[in-house]
Ligand binder design. Structure first.
Ligand SMILES: C[S@@+](CC[C@H](N)C(=O)[O-])C[C@H]1O[C@@H](n2cnc3c(N)ncnc32)[C@H](O)[C@@H]1O
Length: 193
């Protein structure tokens, strides 16, 4: 989907402990910069990076306050983090500027169906402090930030299969319940011009 090429520079927004970053750096020989608000997560990521030869760097940073020179990255990636961000349009405008011409962005995140949420779901979203939208709205936000060739799609089915395989492995069952009742994943991919 991202067609990563050796030597490209990737930004992972909300990288957590960096699992996807080590994978991208080792498999595709790209240089990954991971940023995360959490000192603990970043510490684990840094600890994992010790002695590894792949090009990964991590920084504690609030993504809505972070700045990079225009055109710094070939790819911006973010998994399950944008739901924490209230000013998504502002962040997407920053992403557009941070990408080089023709760069790509890939985001996966939770979404909610269009229209009012059930009382149970609304309570959950409020309690977690999430800011969720429907898939179409996510796509439109990216187009409004000037991204082209935006694909915003529901990957709930794929996610459920993954969760079921975890359940079979005895890893979790609670997340599956949540996701099957809310839907998961606007998977967005687009080129900037
Ligand atoms: C659900 S975790 C996902 C972590 C990782 N992307 C993954 O898929 O394993 C969400 C992450 O977003 C980070 N986060 C939340 N708000 C953020 C912000 N404003 N700036 C940077 N990171 C943020 C959290 O600290 C957390 O590590």
């Amino acid at each position: 989907m991202l067609d990563l090429q050796p030597g490209q520079k990737v930004l992972d927004v909300g990288c957590g402990i960096g699992g996807g970053d080590f994978y991208m750096a080792e498999k595709y020989d790209v240089h990954v910069v991971g940023i995360d608000l959490s000192i603990n997560m970043t510490f684990f990521a840094l600890e994992r990076a010790i002695c590894l030869k792949c090009a990964v760097e991590f920084e504690v940073a609030e993504c809505t306050k972070k700045t990079y020179p225009d055109g710094t990255f070939d790819v911006i990636y973010s998994r399950d983090t944008i739901l924490h961000i209230q000013d998504k349009p502002g962040l997407f405008r920053s992403f557009y500027k941070w990408l080089r011409r023709g760069g790509k962005i890939l985001i996966s995140d939770y979404y909610k169906s269009a229209g009012p949420a059930s009382e149970e779901l609304a309570g959950y979203i409020k309690q977690r402090g999430y800011d969720l939208h429907d898939v179409e709205a996510y796509g439109q936000m990216l187009r409004d930030a000037d991204f082209h060739e935006v694909v915003a799609e529901d990957r709930t089915g794929q996610f459920i299969v993954i969760l079921q395989s975890w359940t079979l492995l005895g890893i979790t069952h609670e997340v599956g319940h949540y996701c099957s009742s809310t839907g998961f994943g606007s998977c967005l991919s687009q080129d900037s011009n």
